[in-house]
Design a binder for this molecule. Structure first.
Ligand SMILES: *[C@@H]1O[C@H](CO)[C@@H](O)[C@H](O)[C@H]1NC(C)=O
Ligand SMILES: *[C@@H]1O[C@H](CO)[C@@H](O)[C@H](O)[C@H]1NC(C)=O
Ligand SMILES: *[C@@H]1O[C@H](CO)[C@@H](O)[C@H](O)[C@H]1NC(C)=O
Ligand SMILES: *[C@@H]1O[C@H](CO)[C@@H](O)[C@H](O)[C@H]1NC(C)=O
Length: 493
C-alpha cells in the first residue's frame, strides 16, 4: 500500500509539476529573486531551478548585493527588505518575469514586465525541452535591449530605468483611478524597445500562453538573436554557395533570383555565371544547400530582382506560382526541380517590377503550405515607407524576416549622417513582421549610394537600431561585394 502511494505521488510529480530554470548569462553576478521562492546568488553561467511551481508569482534579478552570513544585507536594485531569501517583492526599478500557472483552459500565462521599470535584460520562455512548447500561443517574451542606455533623463536610475509611477506618483501612471488605463508616452518608450513585454498595467494584449505542464526558462542577459543575411547568385566570381556558408558569417543565404515568372511565363531561375538552368545545370546546388542547412544556415529562394520579367496578373496567378514554388523548390514534388532535391527553407520577395498587386495573395498561398512543412517568408522592400510593391503583402503579418533596402534610395539611405535612415527605420520597425533587418551594400561599388563604412555602422548606426526588440540584424547585397565587410561588422551586429 505504501509503495503504491509513493509511485502515485512520483508519477504525479513527474508529469504535472511546473519547473522554472533561471540562468544568469550576464558577465556580472545577479542575485536572482522569486516571490514565492526566495533568492539565490548566481555567478555568470550558474542556474537555479524552482520546482513544483503553482499559482502566480514573479522572478527578478538584483544587482550589486552584499549579504552577511545571516542572509541580511542590501542590493542596489531589486532589493527585498534586505534579505537574500526574498519573502516580499523587490524595490523598483526592476523588470519581472511574471507567471500564472493553470489558468483558463489549462493554460499558463507568462510575460516579462517592465511596469516596475528595468534593471537587467531578460527573456522568459518555454524551455526548449518542453514537449508542449509547440502549442504555445507565443512561447517567449523578452526585454533584452539596452533600456538603461536609452532611458529618458527623468526616469534614470543608477542601476536601471525607473517606471513613471515610482517617479511621478500620479494616478495616470500608477493607474489608481479605478478606470482602465491607456498607454502613456513612457509606456510607449518601453514598448518601442521591448515590443513583447508588458509595459503598462492594462497591457493585456501582451500575454504569452502555453499549456499547463510546460516548463519555463528565465535568462538574464539572453543572446541577441541577430544575424547577417546575404544574397548570393548574381555573380559567378563570388565563390560557391558552400564556400559562402563556410565563412560562418551568415545566418541566411538568399539564392538570387527566380527572375522570370507569372502572367503565363515559364518560370526560370537566373544564377548568372554559376550554372545554366536552361540545360538543367543547377541541380548540383542541392549538395551545397544541404551543407549550408547542416550548419544551421537557412537557404531561401529569392524571387524578383532588379532585372527580371515577373508580374502576377491575378489572385489565381499568385496561387499558381505558389504551387509551382512549393513543388519545385520547397517541400512538394516535381520531376523538374531546378535546384535538385534539396528543400529550401522559404521564399524571399525582392519585388521591384511588374504590378503592385497580388503579392499578398502569393504570401497567403505560400503560408498555406506551412501546415505540411514550415515555409519561411522574407522580403526586401525599398526603404521609402510604405513600399509600393510589397506594402500590402507585408501588412498580412505573414513575413518572418524583412530586410529593408537602405540603398539606391536617396530619401532614406545613409549619406554623411544617419538621420534619415534612423527616422525611416523607426517606421519600418513597427510593421507586423517577425524581425526587421537593416539592408546595406557590402561595398561602395555594390549600389548607387547608401554605403556605411563598418566603423560608422558599428559606432553610429547599430547602437540606435539595435535598441528595438524587433531588430534582427543586417542584410548585405551581396556575397560578391562582401570582401571583408561582414567580418568587420559581425561582432557588433
Ligand atoms: C488545472 O486546474 C484544474 C481545475 O481547475 C484541474 O482539474 C487540473 O488538474 C489542473 N491541471 C494541472 C496540470 O495541474
Ligand atoms: C499539442 O497540440 C497537438 C495538436 O493540436 C496535440 O495533438 C497535442 O496533444 C498537444 N500537446 C500538448 C502537450 O498539449
Ligand atoms: C549567453 O550570452 C552569450 C553571449 O552573448 C550568447 O552567445 C549565448 O547564446 C547566451 N546564452 C543564452 C542561453 O542566451
Ligand atoms: C502585368 O500583367 C497584366 C495582365 O496581363 C498586364 O495588363 C500588365 O500590363 C502587366 N504589367 C507589367 C508591368 O508587365
Amino acid at each position: 500500500m505504501r509503495l503504491f502511494l509513493l509511485i502515485l505521488i512520483l508519477s504525479f510529480a513527474s508529469s504535472r509539476a511546473t519547473q522554472i530554470e533561471i540562468l544568469n548569462n550576464c558577465t556580472y553576478t545577479v542575485w536572482a529573486a522569486a516571490n514565492p521562492g526566495g533568492g539565490k546568488q548566481l555567478k555568470q553561467g550558474e542556474t537555479w531551478t524552482l520546482n513544483d511551481v503553482t499559482g502566480s508569482g514573479r522572478i527578478w534579478g538584483r544587482t550589486k548585493c552584499t549579504f552577511g552570513s545571516d542572509g541580511r544585507g542590501k542590493c542596489a536594485s531589486g532589493d527585498c527588505n534586505g534579505r537574500l531569501d526574498c519573502q516580499v517583492n523587490g524595490r523598483a526599478p526592476n523588470n519581472l518575469a511574471e507567471y500564472s500557472i493553470n489558468q483558463t483552459n489549462n493554460a499558463d500565462v507568462f510575460y516579462v514586465s517592465v511596469v516596475e521599470g528595468f534593471n537587467i535584460p531578460m527573456e522568459f520562455g518555454a524551455a526548449a525541452s518542453s514537449s508542449s512548447s509547440s502549442n504555445c500561443s507565443n512561447s517567449v517574451s523578452r526585454c533584452a535591449t539596452d533600456v538603461k542606455g536609452a532611458c529618458p533623463m527623468e526616469l534614470r536610475d543608477p542601476e536601471g530605468c525607473n517606471n513613471p509611477c515610482t517617479v511621478f506618483g500620479n494616478s495616470q501612471f500608477c493607474c489608481t483611478s479605478g478606470n482602465i488605463c491607456e498607454p502613456t508616452s513612457y509606456s510607449k518608450f518601453f514598448k518601442d524597445l521591448c515590443q513583447d513585454a508588458f509595459t503598462f498595467p492594462y497591457d493585456f494584449d501582451q500575454r504569452n500562453s502555453c499549456p499547463t505542464g510546460t516548463d519555463y526558462k528565465v535568462v538574464f542577459c539572453p543572446a541577441s538573436a541577430s544575424m547577417i543575411i546575404v544574397y548570393w547568385g548574381q555573380n559567378g566570381d563570388e565563390g560557391s554557395l558552400a564556400q559562402t556558408c563556410a565563412t560562418g558569417n551568415y545566418g541566411i543565404v538568399n539564392i538570387a533570383f527566380l527572375a522570370t515568372f507569372g502572367n503565363g511565363q515559364t518560370p526560370l531561375i537566373n544564377l548568372a555565371g554559376h550554372c545554366d538552368p536552361t540545360t538543367n545545370g543547377c541541380t548540383g546546388l542541392s549538395s551545397d544547400i544541404k551543407a549550408c542547412q547542416s550548419k544551421g544556415i537557412k537557404v531561401m529562394l529569392s524571387i524578383g530582382g532588379g532585372a527580371g520579367s515577373y508580374n502576377l496578373s491575378s489572385a489565381e496567378d499568385a496561387r499558381v506560382i505558389a504551387d509551382y514554388l512549393w513543388n519545385n523548390f520547397l517541400g512538394g514534388q516535381s520531376d523538374s526541380r531546378p535546384l535538385g532535391d534539396a528543400v529550401l527553407d522559404g521564399i524571399d520577395f525582392d519585388i521591384v517590377g511588374g504590378t503592385t498587386m497580388y503579392w499578398d495573395e502569393l504570401a497567403k498561398a505560400l503560408i498555406g503550405y506551412s501546415q505540411q512543412r514550415k515555409v519561411y517568408l522574407t522580403a526586401a522592400p525599398q526603404c521609402p515607407f510604405p513600399d509600393a510593391w510589397l506594402g500590402s503583402a507585408l501588412n498580412t503579418g505573414l513575413f518572418d524576416y524583412v530586410s529593408v533596402q537602405f540603398y539606391n534610395n536617396a530619401p532614406c539611405q545613409y549619406s554623411d549622417n544617419a538621420d534619415n535612415l534612423k527616422s525611416y527605420w523607426s517606421q519600418w520597425i513597427l510593421i507586423p513582421a517577425g524581425q526587421i533587418f537593416l539592408g546595406l551594400p557590402a561595398s561602395p561599388e555594390a549600389s548607387g549610394g547608401g554605403y556605411v563604412p563598418p566603423d560608422v555602422l558599428s559606432s553610429k548606426v547599430l547602437p540606435f537600431i539595435k535598441r528595438f526588440s524587433k531588430y534582427g540584424g543586417v542584410m548585405l547585397w551581396s556575397k560578391y561585394y562582401d570582401n571583408g565587410y561582414s567580418s568587420a561588422i559581425k561582432r557588433n551586429v
